[in-house]
Design a protein around this ligand. Structure first.
Ligand SMILES: Nc1ncnc2c1ncn2[C@@H]1O[C@H](COP(=O)(O)OP(=O)(O)OP(=O)(O)O)[C@@H](O)[C@H]1O
Length: 757
């Protein structure tokens, strides 16, 4: 007896009540899968790669109308899908051999309560990013014919479509079917394919920006869309692009030579965001019930040759301006292909269009606008004009205006009218763009809690450490204004026993992507990322709990975007600014301007003034002081050693002997006339005089301090009041009695922060 691919709902369902099962009609090829089983390739209980499963075509019904569009799909029986990781990202496929072949019986299966920590889930189609072949294979499994499915379904059709899709995946659970209603999307005019993909992602309702923008884009309108961070802007432009691909595949197929042109070009200001947009679109396309578009992501830092190959076949191109222009301007034929796009999207548009970043974007736009039509491409003359879509949470002009300056108000976030004028100047729209602002009064995410903590300029390290200890089980993103600071803070916190990841633009691209991936790892709830503003825009990392602005942001839009990395969608989050006394007033002024138009005037102030428990800071200070000394001694040493190796090489080139003292003198007399001579000399002296033994001694002293508990209140004994996490204390005692040293970390939530309303 075959066990159809099953969906197990969260474990409490499966454990408490036996699940009803629905069997798919047995297709003719059942014997093939049994052969594989008999040969031991699919032995019961074996975990196998998805491509090795016994895939077989779904039998077609007698009349094609009954198929509800699901032609050419493949299905698989006798497999359990195990999901692990916090959000179930890791998927494994375990073979369940039918009973007649000696495998698990239906009764066995109903009693089996699953893998610990894992979940069974549905999976009929599979896919991956373009380029590794898997997406190609998936495309083959899907129908080549979309014509019959492109008409817009009504509500009843959608229900049956949903049901048809569910049936293929054995989504036979009543709770699931009632929840799996995507009818809220119907007024937007999307096709059944797209709706089925949304259902697979469990996106039951469109967000406000999606409601407002999608119908306009589908109607051929140019759109400028403004909506707060985390509100689903990517799909607001992504869905119409996918929809256009799905419903008019034939129309966009290229010239008579069979050449295909991309449907859309999406410009992103940062590499990470480009990859994220790509993944987001691929995720949706993977669940389409028809041929899905091929996505090419073109960013710097990765091999250009591979990206050129991807571009040659791509249906949707996502890129950062630098790499895109490099390819467009050098690779023959690429510009011509991109000139045929139907959609041009600028995401984080105010950033892309701002002075200083605009040059390459301008070159790209100019090149796209040049109509190079030759006689072989007559269809270009009749094709629809390109639609321009512009999205951001903010529109502002003077990006680098200093926040801390005493000049009036760096509230450079534009109002609607100014936004429109600004973008109109920069972009060549084909028709009058529709300006959609779904949050005209509120710039910040609804569930965001904002705080400001004043501390001495030299105390920021200490405050940062204390805050990180206060939030031990959080995903925390720390923003600085310089690469040097991200590096220094990373070392400082590593010395203190924390494990921060780092992200800045001077890192190799693969390391950048790895940092984001590890920080976002769903297997852990606690992680720290120290980043420059390269992470401020667009990054959609699930469940970031806390944003710490170690340096105050340089502009209002940066504050909005940094803070927008938390409290995304329905989630809540916290943002804390660390301000020196001179920074406090301008920052407060700035934040109140950002909130000035907010409709929440009568409620609590938008920005709470926070303080930290002084006695705790006092106890933590020796740790931070030691760590700071180690960082400055080791980084000065490293700097001197790299300078010396440069000088040694220069001496070699000149054919003279290298003598470090001669060069030090020469260097100091050359540099010595300027300001800072004394400081530089002192640093060099300090670095050279800080012996290795001294650094080792500091490290030992710090390790000693870290091994001791930090008490949090008035008593040297552990407190039973004041918000101490008693459970954590007890656990700590257990660890100690079992020989585990423990105690290196600050324990639990202790409410050392005062001031939240
Ligand atoms: N209709 C929907 N239902 C549920 N989740 C959605 C929906 N649309 C988008 N999302 C999810 O919401 C999250 C935020 O979306 P997205 O990254 O597009 O936000 P954004 O508005 O572009 O934010 P930012 O301005 O910070 O770039 C993503 O994880 C996305 O998958």
């Amino acid at each position: 007896m075959a066990n159809p691919l099953t969906k197990r709902t969260p474990s409490h369902h499966a454990v408490n009540k036996p699940r009803k099962r629905r069997r798919l009609e047995q297709p003719a090829t059942k014997s093939q899968s049994h052969n594989k089983i008999a040969q031991g390739k699919l032995a019961h209980g074996k975990v196998v790669p998805i491509n090795d499963l016994a895939w077989k075509p779904v039998a077609l019904p007698d009349t094609l109308d009954d198929a509800e569009g699901f032609f050419g799909l493949e299905e698989v029986d006798d497999v359990e899908i195990m999901r692990s990781g916090r959000s179930g990202e890791e998927v494994q496929y375990r073979v369940v051999v039918p009973s007649e072949l000696g495998g698990m019986t239906e009764v066995d299966e109903m009693e089996w309560q699953g893998f610990e920590g894992g979940e069974l889930d549905e999976a009929v189609v599979k896919g991956d990013t373009l380029g590794d072949g898997k997406q190609e294979r998936k495309r083959e499994r899907k129908t080549k014919d979309s014509a019959a499915q492109s008409s817009k379904p009504d509500k009843n059709e959608i229900k049956s479509l949903s049901n048809g899709f569910s049936a293929l995946q054995d989504l036979d659970n009543e709770e699931e079917t009632s929840e799996g209603d995507v009818s809220a999307w119907l007024p937007l005019g999307l096709s059944g394919h797209t709706l089925a993909a949304l259902a697979k992602l469990k996106f039951w309702h469109p967000t406000s920006i999606q409601v407002a923008a999608i119908p306009e884009i589908l109607a051929g309108q140019d759109v400028i869309g403004k909506a707060s961070t985390g509100s689903g802007k990517t799909l607001a432009f992504g869905l119409p692009i996918i929809e256009s691909f799905v419903t008019s595949r034939a129309a966009i197929t290229g010239n008579k030579n069979g050449l295909k042109y991309p449907t859309a070009l999406i410009l992103s200001p940062t590499r990470e965001l480009a990859h994220q947009i790509g993944q987001h679109i691929i995720q949706l396309c993977t669940n389409l019930t028809t041929e899905s578009p091929r996505v090419a992501i073109l960013t710097g830092g990765l091999a250009i040759q591979k990206q050129e190959r991807l571009l040659a076949k791509a249906d949707i191109v996502i890129g950062t301006p630098g790499r895109l222009w490099e390819i467009m301007s050098t690779v023959p034929g690429s510009l011509k292909r991109l000139q045929k796009i139907k959609f041009l999207v600028t995401d984080e548009a105010d950033r892309l269009l701002s002075e200083g970043h605009f040059k390459e974007v301008e070159e790209i736009l100019d090149a796209l606008d040049k109509a190079e039509i030759n006689e072989n491409e007559t269809e270009s003359k009749t094709s629809q004009p390109r639609q321009t879509l512009v999205f951001s949470a903010t529109f502002q002009k003077e990006l680098h205006r200093k926040l801390a300056s005493r000049s009036k108000a760096a509230n450079n976030v534009l109002d609607d009218k100014a936004s429109l004028e600004y973008v109109l100047q920069k972009l060549n729209f084909r028709n009058e763009p529709k300006f959609i602002d779904v949050n005209p009064v509120r710039q910040m995410a609804t569930n965001l809690r904002e705080g400001l903590m004043e501390c001495g300029a030299m105390e920021k390290d200490l405050y940062l450490y204390a805050l990180l200890l206060q939030y031990p089980k959080s995903r925390t993103l720390v923003f600085t204004n310089s690469i040097a600071s991200t590096r220094r803070l990373t070392s400082l916190l590593q010395n203190l026993g924390l494990k921060p990841f780092v992200l800045h633009s001077e890192m190799p691209q693969k390391a950048r992507l790895r940092s984001v991936e590890r920080f976002a790892d769903p297997a852990t709830t606690s992680s720290i990322l120290i980043a420059t503003d390269v992470a401020a825009r667009g990054l959609d990392i699930p469940s970031v709990d806390l944003i710490i602005h170690y340096h105050v942001p340089r502009a209002a839009d940066t504050y909005i975007h940094r803070s927008g990395r938390t409290a995304r969608g329905e989630l809540s989050g916290t943002s804390i600014l660390l301000c020196s006394p001179e920074e406090t007033t301008p920052v407060q002024r700035l934040i109140s301007k950002i909130h000035a138009s907010s409709d929440q005037k009568s409620e609590t102030p938008p920005l709470c003034t926070l303080t930290l428990d002084r006695s705790l800071l006092h106890r933590l200070k020796p740790r931070v002081t030691l760590s700071t000394s180690i960082v400055s001694a080791t980084s000065s040493k490293a700097k001197i050693s790299s300078e010396e190796s440069w000088l040694r090489k220069a001496a070699d080139d000149l054919g003279v002997d290298y003598d470090s003292s001669d060069f030090a003198e020469l260097e100091s007399s050359a540099k010595g006339r300027g300001r800072g001579k004394g400081r530089k000399k002192a640093t060099r002296n300090e670095a050279t005089t800080t012996s290795k033994q001294q650094i080792t001694a500091w490290r030992a002293e710090l390790a000693d301090l870290l091994a001791k508990r930090v008490n949090v209140g008035v008593s040297e004994k552990y407190l039973s009041a004041g918000g101490v996490d008693v459970e954590a204390l007890l656990q700590e005692k257990e660890e100690r009695s079992s020989g585990n040293r423990g105690g290196a970390e600050f324990l639990g939530r202790v409410d050392i922060i005062r001031g939240w309303e």
